[in-house]
Design a protein around this ligand. Structure first.
Ligand SMILES: CC(C)(COP(=O)(O)OP(=O)(O)OC[C@H]1O[C@@H](n2cnc3c(N)ncnc32)[C@H](O)[C@@H]1OP(=O)(O)O)[C@@H](O)C(=O)NCCC(=O)NCCS
Length: 338
């Protein structure tokens, strides 16, 4: 039976996800490859993270190129041309350069001449923040459509001498087209978004900003790479994800049994399993593809959503809950009726 969904802050229009697309570079790096480079093993990585392999961009492959490949597929899926797009939001922590924005590069590569474009930085929560932002522009009636893209080349800021972090990350991009509609599914019903800047030390990449200006040598050359406090993040991620799912369900007057597909940020299969257990979500309603991608930060949810749709695991009318947690600290969720 279709549940009675409450839309907490309805606009004049629905904002529906009308197309999805994803792209990952062809080159891969398996656990066995790591075992040849570092003191690690397939057994350690698989048991602690669920990751088997990840995609790695070629030296000349950039974030905007990956984003554009995903966007082209999402546009085709939605039946739109690049020139139809009014707004492009690119979520990334591995931009094309300090400025201009990666979104402007994507606009140019796509030929989306009628769009305005900007980047959004919320690390692994970037895509869900982007969907929340697009929803506001579209439900208000200001724009008819938007492309929301999560794209990363994390391999370019990964320290391949740090076995505790390098095995976790991969490269890729995912995109959705969000369109205005007045009937049919409710689309993006509700977005819950949170931040806690006091937790910035848990996950960061410190070089290239104003704290470490370009005209001064870095006090620690490793600051060009990501650093993580894995154990701290693990525990917080489980707690915050469970809390934010509770908020979405309460606001929309739903129960966990109403969620047809749960698409969490793919940061660690053990974290996802722990969340699913606490929420009493059966495995067939939890989407996991981390074994083939690793953690691709802002790209992880849109890649998973695209695979989920293409595998026919999301049908018209289904209620999908996408939830992320990441650096900032940031966390967020989108409840969507397809
Ligand atoms: C990173 C993570 C997999 C580590 O798992 P863990 O069970 O917490 O492991 P620990 O960090 O406690 O390390 C346990 C031991 O394994 C070792 N180890 C770390 N990485 C290893 C690797 N790749 N291979 C083999 N051993 C490794 C550690 O050195 C440590 O050894 P010690 O006990 O002799 O000191 C896990 O904490 C995690 O996924 N955290 C969240 C990741 C994250 O922040 N992602 C980005 C945010 S979205």
């Amino acid at each position: 039976m279709v549940p009675e969904i409450t839309v907490p802050h309805p606009g004049s229009y629905n904002a529906v996800i009308s197309g999805t697309g994803s792209y990952a570079p062809p080159r891969t790096l398996s656990n066995e490859d790591f075992a040849k480079m570092l003191d690690t093993s397939d057994e350690w990585i698989t048991t602690r993270t669920g990751i088997k392999t990840r995609h790695i961009a070629a030296d000349n492959e950039t974030t905007a190129q990956l984003a554009t490949e995903a966007a082209v597929k999402a546009l085709a899926d939605a039946g739109l041309e690049a020139r139809d797009i009014e707004l492009i939001i690119v979520a990334t922590i591995t931009p094309e350069m300090v400025f201009p924005s990666t979104a402007c590069f994507v606009q140019d590569m796509l030929g989306a001449v009628n769009a305005w474009a900007f980047d959004l930085l919320a690390a692994c929560s970037g895509f869900v923040y982007g969907v929340a932002t697009a929803r506001e522009f579209i439900t208000s009636g200001r724009y008819k459509n938007a492309l929301v893209i999560g794209a990363e080349t994390l391999s370019k800021i990964t320290d391949y001498e740090d076995r505790a972090s390098c095995v976790l990350f991969g490269d890729g991009a995912g995109a959705v087209v969000v369109e205005q509609s007045q009937d049919g599914p409710l689309g993006i019903v509700y977005s819950s978004s949170s931040s806690d800047g006091s937790g910035w030390t848990s996950l960061n990449c410190q070089a290239h900003g104003s704290r470490h200006p370009a005209n001064r040598p870095l006090d620690d050359p490793k600051k060009i790479f990501m650093t993580i406090n894995g154990r701290e993040v693990y525990q917080l991620a489980v707690r915050r994800i469970v809390e934010i799912v509770g908020d979405c369900l309460e606001q929309c007057n739903l129960t966990i049994g109403d969620i047809d597909m749960f698409i969490p940020h793919q940061m660690n299969a053990r974290i996802i399993e722990s969340v699913a257990k606490r929420l009493k979500l059966p495995t067939e309603r939890v989407f996991i593809n981390i074994d083939r991608y690793g953690n691709t930060s802002s790209a992880s949810i849109p890649i998973a959503l695209d695979e989920c749709c293409r595998e026919g695991r999301v049908k018209s009318g289904d209620i999908v809950l996408m939830v992320a947690f990441g650096a900032g600290l940031t966390w967020g969720a989108n409840l969507v009726q397809f």
